[in-house]
Design a protein around this ligand. Structure first.
Ligand SMILES: Nc1ncnc2c1ncn2[C@@H]1O[C@H](COP(=O)(O)OP(=O)(O)OP(=O)(O)O)[C@@H](O)[C@H]1O
Ligand SMILES: [Mg+2]
Length: 371
């Protein structure tokens, strides 16, 4: 698939921007702060309904404006769809496909699939488990957009059950019956999410190992594995029924502790994706270059997996070449030049390997000009 056209209005620093793209390589070049990342962030928003830089929508709306609009024409196997999103802070966003409104913004998920790699991705290796859970859930949702709904259901149940745990004062209170009901909901949605994550990690692992070996051939081998908060009770396989039963049993076992502490101690929101280089965990041990390469390998692994499953995603490389040494740049260029479409941002054109010749856009003073 590829993006043929991107238009934004009042998005980040852009009052208005209009870019026509083609398959193959496009490079956005401009000095720091000219708005290059803002443009690829807008595309990322169309693909995931979120930003890789901020957790809320407010910073995406241009300062002084009340709403932002992003419009993308996406071509997939010869068929073009126009996605339009209107982002309003503090209110529900609105979405249209081919100029017709759709019931919910998440109905546009799946039309554009992207894999975006950015400097912030160092947090995949060095940051909290939440960063890695978000990575997994994003790929899960890219594979099957209906998981956006599963994730929303799980989050809702978690919040309500958490609120209930804080009000239940003793193991004999009247609210216990209600807690049983919420345990059931948590186990059901949790098992669905968990099964999808486990299936993903199993499928992703060989791609990540291969991508890392390619980017950093002289380093120790990279390995990923899923760590579940189920501990001993973890069945280890993506069998939904078994996972639901294990979650329910564990919720029962931990009930007294949960009531004492007023927090939900078991479920996919407590899990992690563990990263190893050789025998050692990457977090806390890997060098800067190794951490960076591992983060890149996670993204590229995801990209290769999605590509192998059909419906090749658009590859977005935000400001990555400046961080890599010459060997790693060349390896990344090899992957990128085989992509159906790759969008690259760079402050300095010379940082982009010369084998990635494509269309160049100059981004300057609030304008984008095709060079
Ligand atoms: N909501 C907003 N309203 C107005 N301006 C904004 C908003 N959000 C970000 N900006 C501005 O956008 C600019 C940053 O844009 P962006 O991150 O796209 O730069 P860039 O070209 O990628 O730079 P670099 O090369 O440093 O990565 C900053 O000057 C920032 O102040
Ligand atoms: Mg940038």
């Amino acid at each position: 698939m590829y993006v043929r056209h991107l238009q934004v209005a009042d998005f980040r620093s852009w009052e208005h921007a209009d870019l026509a793209f083609e398959p193959g390589v496009s490079v956005l070049v401009g000095r720091n702060g000219q708005g290059k990342t803002n443009l690829v962030e807008a595309l990322g928003y169309v693909a995931t309904l979120g930003s890789h830089r901020v957790a809320t929508d407010a910073p995406l709306i241009r300062h002084g404006a009340s709403r932002a609009v992003v419009r993308a024409a996406v071509v997939n196997e010869g068929r073009e769809l126009l996605v339009e999103l209107e982002i309003t802070a503090g209110r529900a966003n609105r979405a249209r496909v081919n100029r017709g409104p759709v019931p919910r913004p998440r109905d546009v998920l799946g039309i554009l699939r992207t894999v975006l790699f950015a400097p912030e991705d160092l947090a995949l290796v060095r940051g909290d488990p939440g960063e890695r859970r978000r990575f997994l859930d994003e790929v899960v949702t890219t594979r099957a957009p209906r998981f956006a709904g599963v994730r929303a259901d799980y989050e809702r149940v978690l919040k309500q059950r958490g609120a209930l745990l804080k009000t239940v004062r003793s193991a004999r209170s009247a609210e216990l019956g209600t807690l049983d009901v919420w345990d059931g909901h948590l186990a059901r949605h949790g098992a669905e999410l968990l099964a999808a994550r486990l299936a993903l990690v199993a499928d992703l692992a060989p791609h990540v190992a291969a991508a890392y070996a390619e980017v950093a051939p002289e380093s120790r081998p990279a390995r990923i594995s899923y760590r579940s908060s189920l501990g001993e009770a973890f069945p280890g396989t993506p069998d939904r029924q078994a996972l639901e039963e294990a979650l329910l049993a564990e919720l029962g076992r931990l009930r007294r502790q949960e009531i004492e502490r007023g927090v939900c101690l078991v479920g996919p929101h407590r899990d992690d994706l563990e990263l190893f280089l050789g025998e050692l965990p990457a977090k806390g041990y890997a060098s800067h270059g190794e951490s960076w390469s591992f983060a890149l390998a996670l993204r590229l692994g995801g990209y290769e997996l999605l590509r192998a499953e059909g419906g090749e995603p658009v590859l977005v490389l935000d400001d990555v070449f400046a961080e890599l040494d010459r060997g790693r740049r060349r390896q990344l260029a090899k992957v990128a030049s085989a992509a159906e479409q790759v969008l690259i941002t760079a402050a300095v054109a010379e940082d982009v390997p010369e084998e990635l010749v494509g269309v160049r856009f100059e981004v300057r003073d609030g304008e984008v000009r095709r060079a």
